[in-house]
Design a binder for this molecule. Structure first.
Ligand code: ATP
Ligand code: MG
Length: 159
C-alpha cells in the first residue's frame, strides 16, 4: 500500500522548523540517505517560508498551510512527492517569480532564491498559482536507498 500523510499548520514562523522536521520524519519510511533527507528539508523549508512570508500579507488566525506527502516505492528506488499549498494572495507572474534573484521583498533581506533552491535540491518541481486564491508547490525527490539496508540506515538517520 502507498504511504501518505497530510498536515495542516498555521502559517506562523515558529511552524517552519516543525514542518520540515515532520516531512523528514515521514520520509524515513523510504529509507533515505542523510544527504537526501537534508535536500528534502531544505526544499520544504523554502516552500513553507514562502507561504508564511509572502502568501498572507494581512495576517489572520485562519491563515494555514497544507503539506501533503506521498511515498512511492518501486523496484528502481523510491520517490517522495510533496505538495505545499496556501490559500493566500497568489503570484501574479509565475515565470518571473521562478527566476533566480527575483523577489518582491527586496528591502526585507530576501534574496529571491527560494524557488531556485527548491528546483536544485529536488528532482521535479512545479508551481501553480492564482491571484487571490493561493499557491501550490509540487515537487518530488528520488530516494535510491537499497531495501536490504533498511534497518541499518534507519538507525543512522534520526530526524
Ligand atoms: N506562497 C507564495 N504566495 C505568494 N507569493 C509568493 C509565494 N511564494 C513566492 N512568492 C513570490 O515569488 C517571489 C520569489 O520567491 P522566492 O522564494 O524565489 O524568493 P523570495 O522568497 O523573495 O526570497 P528567498 O526565498 O531567497 O528568501 C517572492 O518574492 C514572492 O513575490
Ligand atoms: Mg522564498
Amino acid at each position: 500500500m502507498e504511504n501518505y500523510m497530510k498536515l495542516e499548520i498555521a502559517a506562523l514562523g515558529e511552524n517552519e522548523s516543525f514542518a520540515r522536521s515532520a516531512v523528514a520524519a515521514f520520509a524515513l519510511c523510504l529509507n533515505p540517505s542523510l544527504s537526501e533527507l537534508s535536500d528534502i528539508k531544505t526544499a520544504v523549508s523554502e516552500a513553507v517560508t514562502n507561504c508564511i512570508v509572502h502568501a498572507y500579507a494581512n495576517r489572520s488566525e485562519k491563515d494555514k498551510i497544507l503539506i501533503e506527502c506521498r511515498a512511492e516505492e518501486g523496484a528502481q528506488g523510491s520517490i517522495l512527492h510533496i505538495t505545499v499549498t496556501d490559500g493566500g494572495c497568489g503570484i501574479e507572474d509565475v515565470e518571473k517569480a521562478m527566476q533566480p534573484f527575483y523577489t518582491t521583498l527586496e528591502n526585507d533581506e530576501r534574496s529571491g532564491m527560494g524557488f531556485t533552491i527548491m528546483q536544485t535540491f529536488m528532482d521535479g518541481f512545479s508551481l501553480d498559482s492564482s491571484r487571490e486564491k493561493g499557491t501550490k508547490v509540487s515537487m518530488f525527490r528520488r530516494i535510491n536507498a537499497a531495501p536490504s539496508n533498511k534497518g541499518e540506515i534507519k538507525e543512522r538517520v534520526d530526524a
